[in-house]
Design a protein around this ligand. Structure first.
Ligand code: IMP
Ligand code: MG
Length: 177
């Protein structure tokens, strides 16, 4: 698996220290709120687990699975909900935790969908942002790292469902496609 990686873009140590900072920021911002932390499966799972531990507040954890890639390296733009939230988010303060925003198509679909459920607020926290590739504009409230327009894997992110368990973010060799 490691042989398919061209280079490490963000190490585990750097990921962890940045996630700590995001956790402090969110802890400050949500002191008097009714926080529901939403994990967008499957890519966000490692980030979500780490981030939740750095938020020093009572919160509710819920999960949503969507698909937009159909296994390739570019968003198809067609978003499907594969697993919906269990909680009712009406009047709650929703924080969506994403792995990466690329075209923005997936997230803008999710935001519109969740808005219709009348939460008190919706904010976005993404570990990675690839702003060069944006098609749908989304207002992102918390960003871990801005990255260049390269296809990356690890720390939750996959290529054809593999590499999610790598403990760092790396660039995939083009021979691995
Ligand atoms: P968007 O709809 O183009 O913003 O794509 C968002 C989703 O595409 C993310 O939640 C990821 O699952 C996936 N994605 C985007 N860029 C990458 C990448 O470089 N590596 C792996 N998955 C990616
Ligand atoms: Mg994803």
């Amino acid at each position: 698996m490691i042989n398919d990686i061209e280079r490490v873009l963000i190490s585990k140590e750097i990921l962890q220290s940045r996630i700590k900072e995001l956790g402090w920021q969110i802890t400050n911002d949500y002191k008097d709120k009714d926080l529901v932390l939403i994990c967008i499966l499957r890519g966000s799972i490692l980030f979500y687990g780490e981030l939740a531990q750095e938020i020093n507040l009572p919160l509710v954890m819920d999960f949503m699975a969507v698909s937009s890639y159909e296994g390739g390296t570019h968003s198809s733009g067609v978003v499907r909900i594969q697993h919906d939230l269990v909680e009712n988010i009406r009047d709650k303060d929703v924080l969506i935790v994403e792995d990466i925003i690329d075209s923005g198509l997936t997230l803008s679909y999710i935001i519109e969908n969740l808005k219709s459920r009348k939460p008190n607020s919706i904010k976005i926290c993404t570990l990675l942002d690839k702003p060069e590739h944006r098609i749908a504009s989304v207002a992102v409230d918390y960003v871990g790292f801005e990255i260049p327009d390269e296809f990356i894997v690890g720390y939750g992110l996959d290529y054809k469902q593999v590499y999610r368990n790598l403990p760092f973010i790396g660039v995939l060799k083009s021979t691995a496609y």
